[in-house]
Structure formats: C-alpha cells, structure tokens
Ligand binder design. Structure first.
Ligand code: ZN
Length: 566
C-alpha cells in the first residue's frame, strides 16, 4: 500500500478462482497501466517475509482507531458491533511489511511456506459499487487468480484463452448463425438461415428420440388471458418477468413465460380413463421473460427463449417409468456430443416442510423413486436437499464441456402442484377420480443457451449431421465443371447440404475459405478425378480419401445418419 497512500481498502473475499479486493482510489492515487504488475511484484516480495498470522480481539473503539479515515472499514465495524459479534484484527509481517486487516480469520498458517509465489497472479480490474449498490461510490475491483500450484494457474489461464477463442458470440458471427438488431432490441436474437438450420437439426433429433416413447405434438398460442396465470400461480410468481398486454377493451393478457399452464388445458379438454394414461405432450416454442437489460448477453441471457418443452400427465404409479424414458433421451442426446453428465437429485429440506406443497409421505415416495432410478441407471449423481422446486423434486443434469466447464442443461421435474390447482385427474380402475401428476422436461432446456454451450464445446466444428453446409465442391477449371455438377447432383439427390463454389477466386483462396468456414468435407475436382470417375474427399483435419462416385453419397449419408462426431 506504500505506493498508494490515499487508497482505501474495503472488502476482499476469496472466490472460486482466487480472490478480489475492492479498493477506493478516489483519494488522489491512480492505478496506472503497470499498476497491477507493480502491486503483484510487491505482493511476491512481501510474501517471503510473511511467516505467520497473528490475531487479536479488539473493542469497537480500538478498531475505530486502527481504521480511522477509512469510512468503509468503519461502516463494517459498526455492523459487526451491532450484531454483537467480536471484532478481530489479523496481522502478518512486521515493520515495513506489516499488514493488518479487519477479518474473521481462516487463513493459511504460514503464508510464505504454504503459498507458491508463482501460483497466483493479479488478473484484471473492473468497476464495482460499494456493496453492489449503484447509489454508493464506484470502487476498483482488483481480481486475482490463485491456485494450489503454478501448473494449475497456467492450466486455468490456458483454458481462459481457449474459451475466449471459442466465445459463442464471436463464433456465431464468424459462422453467420445469429444476429442482433438495434431496432428489434437487445436480448432478442435473430437466427440466420445457417443458424436456423442448426436449430432445426437439433430439434429434429430430439423429436426422433421422443417418437420412440409416444410423445405427441401440440401447439399453443403465445399469449393468454391473465386468468390462466392467476390459476397456475404464475401471475404472482413471475410478476416482474411477465410481459403484460392490455387489449383495446382493457382486458389483461400476458406473453407466455412458460407453457405448462396452456398444456394443462389441452389435457383437461375431456375426461381421461386410466387406460389413456400417460398423455405425453411436447412442443418446441418460444417463451418470453422480461430480464433487466444489464443482464443480457449473447445467447445465454435472452428475452425470447425457445424451449423444447414436454409435459407428461401420468399417474403416481407411472412416474418411475416415465422418468426412465426421459433419462434415456437425455443420455442419448448428450452422449452424441461427448458431454459427460452428472445428475443432481434436487430434494426437499425435511426441516422446512412448510415451504413445500404436499405431504411428507408423498415427497418421500417420489424422492425414493428418483433415487432408485439414479441407482438403476448407474448414474454419477449426488443428492441436494433443499434444491427441490416448491411443487416437487427434480433431476438436474450437468454437462461437462470440452474445456472442463460444467453447465446446467436438462431438468426433469415432478410436479404435484399444477394438477392440484387445475384439478387434473383420471378415472381409475374402480371408476373413481384419481389425482394425477405432471412431469416437466426440456431436453435442451433453452435452445439459445444450449446452442451457446454447444458452439463453445465444439469450437465451431459442427459434426457433419449438424453442419449448415456439409460438403463443398470446387472444380479446378471450367472443363471439370460437368463432372463436378454430376458429383453435386449425386449428393443433392440424397439430401446432403452441398455447395458448388463457382466463384472466380483462385483455387488457393477457395480452399482457404472452405477450411476457414470449418465445412466438414470438401471435394476438389480435377483431371485425375474426371478420368477415374471418382472423387477425393478431404475432411477438416486434412485427411483425404478416394471414393468411387457411386459410393460417395452412401458414404456421406451413413455418417449423417449415425451422427458421428468428426
Ligand atoms: Zn412445464
């Protein structure tokens, strides 16, 4: 702190990847370009001299005296005192290297022995309001990365570097997948033809997987009368996020923030015998949630969210089997991309039964069923009491991507609440009305968020079945065009997304462009190929093979149908 005599330290907690410290530089010091480097150098030097922390309990008066002139620490001191807690000061070093801070404790015993000076680094500075309140002064938040070893730090930095290259906002632009318009508004992505192709392929795949399990397509309007959400409870629960509409007659409507309430009304159109159960409805459709504009970014936080949503209306006795089927779909879908899944069993907190709907017995039965499923599937799972939704327990799936980052993706939720609110039932074997349950599930969750995860996971190298353009053909000269056309039509005829590059660019430029666009295959047609009536097909890694023209279409089609990762 010697170099910044007017700077005031405020709060500095540890975080997952290290720590930060919020500093007020408004006293006249400025943190120059080399500021972080200089502070880091000083930290490493100090570390050598710090061999032990000492701490002492002090009175409010003593604490005030130590931090006189620092309004932030004084504010914290008053709060600790008001809570009736003891105030502790921690000190390290002595003489010129002495440093004392207001702290609860919980440090290393011997910093110089336990911390490798190469295992931490000051990373960046960002603005932050004191205590996160924009009415308060703006401070400088200095972020530090800190790991066990130098190797861990370097691995993390390499991962950050790679993540920057794979940022879905950057790749989305380079691959021309989606765009934003000021006229349309922030948080409202517009999908280009290529991006739409990818969405379509993903969605089709999920429908293929669902078809095996008896799902039926339904379609609902994007708006509804207020009454639907008053009955479902969402009118209050989603109060801030709801886009409201008032009609010219003064009636209140809303844009749908979820689809479940609409779907209950399809189920409830007529009475159901137990023989008709379960009813499985699915729909890929957008929902709309009003988020604060400061929180919008890329595809991860948007106002228009596409859900591949499904609702299974079933009896209690059918829950286990239905969960099993959905889990099959999730495993197959995420396995296709090489994601490893971990599952959180989000259960109720037994000591806070008043937070939940339904009796303890119903909850325990439902949770036992989910636990049995997780065991039977040999899944990598853990239980999280207190993470359940108010209306029922759920399975939350976490996918680890190629950079080792974990993303929450699909969820399967058991719901005992909406059937109650909408009085949903079936007629059982005894001719009695039996209350049913609902299972909510979206495999991708939100297509926008999943697309962001997938783009970064693949680094833009979409497998053949998903690539907007699958095969790119280049004829060396005009005389090779008729044969190139033949190749083009052979692929086109079996539904391959093929493109013929007939621009006037040089061969080198054409090949470079195809490689840059990360098109899975390209084919160059020259004398050799025309004569042998075959093609040389090259993939993104530069491996090539010669194939007979008649075998080509089958070769490509097989790879598409088996959804191979390239
Ligand atoms: Zn739902």
């Amino acid at each position: 702190m010697d170099a910044y005599p007017h700077a005031k330290l405020t709060l500095g907690p540890a975080i997952d990847t290290g720590f930060y410290y919020d500093v007020d530089f408004s006293g006249g010091d400025t943190l120059g370009d080399d500021g972080l480097k200089d502070i880091q150098k000083a930290m490493k030097k100090l570390l050598n001299t710090w061999s032990e922390w000492s701490h002492r309990e002090v009175t409010v008066e003593e604490a005030r005296a130590v931090f006189a002139g620092n309004p932030y620490k004084l504010e914290l001191i008053e709060e600790i005192a008001a809570r009736g807690e003891t105030i502790t000061l921690y000190t390290c070093g002595s003489g010129k290297s002495e440093f004392t801070d207001l702290c609860r404790g919980g440090h290393t015993e011997n910093p110089s022995a336990e911390i490798d000076a190469d295992s931490f680094k000051l990373d960046k500075v960002a603005g932050a309001y004191w205590r996160g309140d924009e009415k308060n002064p703006m401070l400088s938040r200095i972020y530090g990365l800190a790991f066990e070893t130098k190797a861990d730090l370097e691995a993390y930095q390499a991962q950050l570097e790679e993540a920057k290259k794979r940022d879905h906002r950057k790749l989305g632009k380079e691959h021309d997948l989606f765009t934003f318009s000021d006229l349309v508004g922030a948080g409202l992505p517009l999908w280009t033809p290529k991006g739409t192709m990818i969405r379509h392929q993903l969605d089709n795949y999920i429908w293929q997987l669902r078809d095996k399990h008896g799902y039926q397509r339904v379609t609902i309007p994007h708006i509804t009368k207020k009454d639907l959400y008053v009955t479902s409870g969402h009118w209050d629960k989603f109060a801030d996020e709801l886009f409201r509409i008032t009609t010219r007659e003064g009636k209140e409507y809303a844009l749908k923030p979820m689809n479940c309430p609409h779907h209950t009304q399809i189920f409830d159109r007529h009475p159901h015998s137990y023989r008709d159960m379960p009813q499985r409805y699915a729909e890929t459709t957008m929902v709309y949630r009003d988020e604060q504009s400061g929180e919008l970014g890329g595809l991860t936080r948007v106002l228009s969210i596409t859900q591949d949503d499904s609702h299974v209306f079933c009896r209690h006795s059918q829950v286990k089997e239905e969960f099993f089927k959905i889990w099959d779909i999730i495993d197959t879908f995420y396995g296709t991309f090489g994601f490893n899944l971990r599952v959180r069993l989000s259960f109720h907190e037994p000591t806070e039964m008043e937070k939940y709907l339904g009796t303890k017995e119903v909850w325990e039965n439902a949770e036992n069923a989910l636990r049995e499923i997780a065991k039977a599937r040999n899944a990598d799972y853990f239980e999280a009491p207190g993470e359940a939704a108010m209306y029922g327990p759920k399975l939350d799936f976490m996918a680890k991507d190629s950079l080792g980052r974990e993303h929450q993706v699909a969820t399967i939720q058991l719901d005992m609440n909406l059937p109650e609110r909408f009085d949903l039932s079936c007629i059982n074997e005894k001719g009695e009305k039996e209350r049913i349950v609902m299972i909510h599930c979206a495999i991708m969750g939100s297509i926008e968020r999943f697309a962001a995860v997938l783009i970064e996971h693949l680094g833009g190298n979409f497998p053949l079945w998903l690539a907007p353009e699958q095969v790119h053909i280049i004829a060396v000269a005009d005389i090779h065009k008729p044969y190139a056309d033949q190749v083009y039509h052979a692929l086109k005829a079996v539904g391959i997304r093929v493109h013929m590059d007939d621009s006037n660019d040089s061969m080198g430029k054409k090949i470079r462009a195809a490689k840059q666009a990360k098109i899975p295959y390209f084919i160059v047609i020259g004398d050799k190929e025309v004569e042998a009536k075959n093609v040389t097909i090259e993939n993104r890694s530069g491996e090539s093979k010669q194939i007979d023209l008649h075998a080509l279409a089958n070769h490509v089609l097989t790879e598409v149908e088996t959804k191979q990762m390239s």
